[in-house]
Design a protein around this ligand. Structure first.
Ligand code: 8OZ
Length: 372
């Protein structure tokens, strides 16, 4: 029987165990620059026996326009590449592996965070009924997102190039690969779903058209750095950030069938509502995750199938027996740098302190205790 604690080859990466650390936004990168404290944080979670076999970095902006929250890191310039190097060095020194999550928030942003105070960009000029985080004088405040403007057809190649540059920069910064953020109601997910995409050109309307930008981005990044170190995160039914689609099953099955020939290193699936109920429904029937995975495998899709959202050890083991290859844990990794060891030994978990999730310093970040 496969266990969470068995090693696995994922694309180019040999991983010590099947526990992944999910991407976690922590807002501790002022000016979009990673810091030494971030190197400590990731290094603490990278031990091959005690920590994550694979760390997915916090969502990282591929351009200034891609930013939607205060103090999230970026990967669009050489200074950022240089500043990320101590993070990847700390993870590798500890014996771990780390991929960078590449992020464009689309409409989930605020004019205060955008270049020149302009409107955020989106598939269509439809405001997201959600909040973003602005940090003023060190205090996080949740504020409404700004009204976006629709991207023109002519602008889309530039967005694809921003992903391409970010993938190249991530490798230059020492990352073992990248994960494209296609989930949680951000730009690529906004294109996928009819609730946020009412375009009448080749990027809106039919499922094929709504999936086009995501597939073009995946093709570009795999050409840039090699498909054996590229993954993608999807969240077929999440309502996060006002993501809405009445018929997610054929949409997401189409997406993964089209991805199969790319031979990605992994797909990373958020089951249910991100950080919430696993049985969340969009449309008129529950999402069939077995049919979804089967559609990918039957189309020849290889690579690891990573599942996420609200897992505990029993659910994780059950999922591995049923065909998942790895399980990602988010919030438990915030408060338990040695989560893998605790799961293996059945030890108690430290509870995370919500007040320190977004913004701040070492408190609630690098100060959680490990087992003796
Ligand atoms: C929490 C707060 C801000 C951003 C996501 C990147 O949901 C996020 C995020 C989560 O994917």
């Amino acid at each position: 029987m496969t266990s969470l604690f068995d090693p696995i080859q994922v694309g180019r990466m040999q991983l010590a165990n099947r526990v992944a650390m999910a991407p976690l936004t922590r807002n501790r990168a002022p000016g979009a620059m990673p810091t030494a404290l971030m190197a400590t944080y990731y290094g603490q979670r990278a031990h091959p026996q005690n920590g994550a076999g694979l760390i997915v970095s916090e969502a990282t902006a591929i351009s200034h326009q891609a930013q939607g929250y205060s103090d999230v890191p970026g990967i669009w310039n050489d200074e950022q590449v240089k500043a990320w190097k101590p993070v990847t060095d700390a993870v590798h020194a500890a014996g771990g592996k780390i991929v960078m999550q590449l992020w464009h928030v689309g409409r989930v942003s605020h004019v205060d965070l955008q270049p020149g105070g302009q409107a955020p960009v989106a598939p269509s000029a439809i405001i997201a009924k959600t909040k973003t985080v602005l940090i003023k004088d060190g205090v996080p405040a949740f504020v409404d997102t700004s009204m976006p403007r629709a991207l023109t057809l002519e602008e889309l190649p530039g967005i694809i190039n921003d992903y391409r540059r970010a993938a190249r920069n991530a490798i230059a910064a020492g990352f073992d690969g990248i994960e494209v953020h296609g989930a949680n109601g951000y730009l690529l997910d906004q294109f996928l779903r009819s609730g946020s995409n009412t375009r009448t050109d080749a990027y809106g309307g039919s499922i094929e058209n709504r999936a086009r930008l995501l597939l073009e981005v995946m093709t570009a990044v795999t050409q840039e750095i090699g498909s054996d170190r590229v993954g993608l995160r999807l969240s077929p039914v999440t309502p996060a950030n006002d993501a809405q689609d009445p018929n997610p099953q054929p949409l997401f099955e189409y997406v993964v069938k089209q991805l199969a020939p790319l031979q990605l290193a992994f797909l990373h699936i958020i089951e249910g509502s991100t950080g919430g109920p696993r049985d969340h429904v969009q449309g008129d029937k529950p999402f069939d995750y077995v049919a979804f995975r089967t559609a990918y495998r039957n189309a020849g899709g290889q690579g690891a199938w990573i599942v996420n959202n609200g897992y505990n050890i029993n659910l994780a083991n059950q999922s591995l027996q049923e065909g998942a290859d790895m399980v990602a844990f988010g919030r438990p990794f915030i408060s338990n740098p040695d989560l893998t060891r605790r799961l293996r030994e059945g030890a108690d978990l430290n509870a995370p302190d919500r007040a320190t999730f977004y913004g701040g310093g070492a408190k609630g970040y690098t100060d959680y205790p490990v087992l003796a």
